[in-house]
Ligand binder design. Structure first.
Ligand SMILES: NC(=O)c1ccc[n+]([C@@H]2O[C@H](COP(=O)([O-])OP(=O)(O)OC[C@H]3O[C@@H](n4cnc5c(N)ncnc54)[C@H](O)[C@@H]3O)[C@@H](O)[C@H]2O)c1
Ligand SMILES: [Zn+2]
Length: 405
């Protein structure tokens, strides 16, 4: 038996934020990040819509990118004091993911972060509050997913919380919020969305339900991502829908080792002054993982189907896989994303010598590879890598060398 779970309601299209006016409840907490939602007026709008619905509203601000366990605990304490019956998270993946974890702790104050990370092990939520997510970036699709990614900075590792319990009750996918994204964010979140769709399509947990969303998302991203990056606002609006479809696909269809590797490298070199941003990590690793997974016959066929839907050239599956890899590398070039960690600058742009020194990478490689294998996303990857293979694969991602194993 498989399960396909989504929010009960997805309000979408321009102006969908106004759906907040129809919510029923007494008290709402709005969770936001560092300021973009306030700056562009969306926080004020959301607050006034909820007040129009008759609710008392408080705002929990300042959730940082790649949110920490500490922020989650602080937000949960804020909620315990105010006792909201709605949690409304507005922004990118970071504030929404943090709010999901705060929600768990608010409902079950005894829960530790370790408890939360037990995959599909959460108790029943919604005894105190319902949850609405309003996404302002076009990538993570956390507004529809059963996941939340929280970083443990002591360990330098991102931990996924995964359970259908944290699938929001309501998702608001209003493209107006995404129109203010700077180009770099469009590039990174767009490649994150493409990776979600491709990984969900070849995942061992795929189904007809998730395939339909994944394939349509891929077609839309192929058509709209570069135009969105180049400030075409119709394309930007379409990307907001496309990333949500990709999210519907991977929330039930799950992901693969591109995400395992991105989770475990993202903050691994933070002591050298930067993160490897989630979407950029995916963009660099996806072509390498496709080459690795294509050694599995079923995965190869599925990549071939993706290439067919994209109208890429190729007379057989091997040629189609090669065309798909070339297409993704071409996207990275057009979006100013490097091909490998070695060339990944602290500002995320391609550069001769990136911020991760070779000797440091090699020294940390065995641990990163071991952690990546243990990541929750590895289980549904079509090919299970050994420690040796994972190390080799990560090396290919560092040096941009060919995957021939
Ligand atoms: N839960 C999931 O299923 C899932 C999936 C993929 C990634 N993630 C996680 O999500 C996080 C990344 O989220 P993200 O990529 O959405 O970015 P983000 O939420 O970290 O935001 C990045 C920056 O963009 C700004 N920003 C957000 N929206 C904006 C807008 N419309 N206009 C201008 N600026 C804006 C923010 O203020 C912030 O400074 C990572 O922690 C990643 O691991 C979660
Ligand atoms: Zn992702």
């Amino acid at each position: 038996m498989q399960r396909f779970t989504n929010p009960r309601d997805i309000y979408h299209g321009k102006g969908a934020l106004e759906a907040l006016k129809t919510f029923e409840g007494k008290k709402a907490v709005i969770c936001v990040g560092g300021g973009s939602m306030k700056r562009f007026g969306f926080l004020d709008k959301a607050k006034s819509y909820l007040e129009e619905a008759g609710m008392e509203v408080r705002v929990f601000e300042g959730i940082e990118p790649d949110p920490s366990v500490e922020t989650v605990m602080k937000g949960a304490a804020f909620m315990s004091e105010f006792e909201p019956d709605w949690i409304v998270a507005i922004g990118g993946g970071s504030p929404i993911d943090a709010a999901k974890a705060m929600w768990i702790k608010y409902e079950y104050p005894e829960t530790t972060f370790e408890d939360m990370c037990k995959i599909f092990g959460l108790p029943k939520l919604r005894t105190k509050a319902h949850f609405c997510a309003v996404s302002s970036t076009s990538g993570t699709a956390t507004e529809v997913t059963a996941f939340s990614i929280i970083t443990d900075y002591e360990k330098g590792i991102k931990f996924p919380i995964a359970d259908f319990e944290i699938t929001p009750d309501v998702a608001i996918v209003d493209p107006e919020l995404a129109e203010t994204m700077p180009k770099k964010l469009v590039a990174h979140t767009g490649m994150d969305a493409l990776t979600h769709a491709v990984e969900a399509y070849v995942s061992t947990a795929n189904s007809e339900f998730t395939d339909a969303d994944a394939i349509h998302a891929i077609e839309m991203i192929q058509k709209d991502l570069v135009a969105s990056y180049n400030e075409d606002m119709d394309a930007r609006d379409n990307m907001h829908t496309a990333q949500c479809l990709a999210g519907i696909a991977f929330s039930s269809g799950l992901l693969g080792i591109v995400h395992s590797m991105a989770h475990k490298t993202g903050a691994a070199f933070a002591d050298f002054g930067a993160h490897i941003i989630h979407g950029a990590a995916n963009a660099m690793y996806l072509p390498k993982v496709i080459a690795f997974n294509a050694k599995d016959e079923t995965a190869k066929k599925r990549y071939g189907v993706i290439a067919d839907y994209m109208h890429l050239e190729g007379n057989n599956d091997d040629e189609k896989v090669a065309a798909l890899i070339e297409f993704i590398r071409g996207l990275n070039d057009q979006l100013n994303i490097p091909h490998c960690i070695k060339n990944y600058g602290a500002d995320s742009y391609p550069t001769e010598q990136g911020f991760v020194p070779e000797e440091v990478f090699l020294e940390r490689l065995p641990d990163i590879a071991a952690n990546a294998i243990l990541d929750a996303c590895t289980g549904s990857n079509p090919r299970q890598p050994s420690q040796e293979e994972m190390e080799k694969l990560l090396k290919c991602c560092y040096y941009d060398t060919e995957v021939d194993f």
